[in-house]
Write a protein that binds this ligand. Structure first.
Ligand code: SF4
Length: 266
C-alpha cells in the first residue's frame, strides 16, 4: 500500500495568523481533474491536502468520488468553512472509504478562534464539525490545534468540548512564528508553563477516562506517561492506518495543484 498526497489547490479562503498562506501570494492553481485518470491509485491511502484548503476546489466532490470509487482510503484535512450539500452527499455515499477527517480548530472560544483563523466564523466551523461527526459514523474524527500564547491556557476546556461532541483525537502542534508582528505569540518564554498545562491535560484525560486521545510532540518528553504506564499502553487507533510507517520514495508521493510531483518530501 502506498500514500498519495494531493493538493487540489495552492491557496486558501482564510488568512490564519500563523500560516504561510498569509505571507506568500501564490499564483492560484487548481488541480485538473483530467489528471486523476493518470494516477495509479488503487488500494492506496489518499491524503487530501495538508498545506492549502482543498474545499475551495470547485470539483472537490468529483476528486473524492474518484478516489473512493477506486477503492482507496481517504484522509481529508480542511478548515471546514466551506461544506457544500453535494460534498456532504458524496462523503456519506463513500463513508467506508473516508478513513479520517481532520479539521483545524485552535480554540473553542469564538473570539480566540476568529482572531487566529482570520476569515472564518467559529459558529459555522463548529456546526460543520458536529454535522460531519454525526453524519459519518465510521470515520475517524480529528481536530488540529496550533498552540500559541492566546490559546494554550484553555487546552483542558478544548479537550472537554471536543470529547463532548465525539471527536476521537485532538492534535496539538506549536506555532511557527513567520512575522515579527506575531512574536508576542511565541511559546519559548512561557515553555515551562506550557509544559505544565500539557501535563495537566494528559492527566485530565486519563483521570476522567475520556474517550478522546490527545497528541503532541511534547508528550515524548513528558514525565506523565511514566506515571500512568498502564493507561498509556492502551491501543489507540492511528489516523494513518498501521503498516504505513515508511516515507520511502516508492511509498509516498505528493501531487501539487499545478501538476508538480514531489517524491518523498519528508
Ligand atoms: S486554513 Fe489552513 S491553509 Fe488556510 S490559511 Fe489557515 S492554516 Fe493556512
Amino acid at each position: 500500500m502506498k500514500i498519495i498526497e494531493i493538493e487540489p489547490t495552492n491557496h486558501c479562503n482564510l488568512r490564519c495568523v500563523m500560516c504561510h498562506n498569509s505571507f506568500v501570494n501564490y499564483k492560484p492553481s487548481l488541480f485538473n481533474i483530467e489528471w486523476l485518470k493518470r494516477i495509479n491509485s488503487e488500494n492506496s491511502i489518499i491524503k487530501i491536502s495538508s498545506i492549502f484548503e482543498p474545499l475551495i476546489h470547485p470539483e472537490i466532490d468529483k476528486i473524492i468520488e474518484y478516489f473512493a470509487e477506486n477503492n482507496n482510503k481517504i484522509i481529508l484535512t480542511t478548515n471546514l468553512t466551506l461544506l457544500s450539500p453535494n460534498l456532504l452527499k458524496i462523503l456519506k455515499k463513500f463513508e467506508e472509504n473516508i478513513y479520517s477527517i481532520t479539521v483545524s480548530i485552535d480554540s473553542t472560544k469564538a473570539e480566540i478562534y476568529n482572531s487566529i483563523r482570520r476569515g472564518a466564523d467559529f459558529n459555522i466551523t463548529i456546526k460543520n464539525r458536529k454535522l460531519l461527526r454525526n453524519f459519518l459514523s465510521e470515520t475517524y474524527n480529528r481536530v488540529n490545534s496550533v498552540l500559541m500564547k492566546k490559546n494554550y491556557n484553555f487546552i483542558i476546556d478544548d479537550i472537554e468540548f471536543f470529547n463532548k461532541i465525539g471527536i476521537n483525537e485532538l492534535g496539538l502542534i506549536f506555532i511557527t512564528i513567520r512575522d515579527y508582528l506575531m512574536f508576542n505569540e511565541n511559546l519559548y518564554d512561557i515553555k515551562n508553563n506550557l509544559f505544565k498545562k500539557l501535563n495537566e491535560a494528559i492527566e485530565y484525560v486519563i483521570e476522567n477516562n475520556l474517550n478522546i486521545s490527545v497528541r503532541c510532540p511534547y508528550f515524548k518528553y513528558s514525565p506523565i506517561p511514566n506515571i500512568y504506564t498502564q493507561e498509556m499502553s492502551k491501543d489507540v487507533p492511528d489516523y494513518i492506518p498501521k503498516g504505513i510507517n515508511c516515507s520511502a520514495i516508492e511509498k509516498q508521493v505528493k501531487i501539487f495543484a499545478d501538476g508538480i510531483v514531489q517524491l518523498c518530501y519528508q
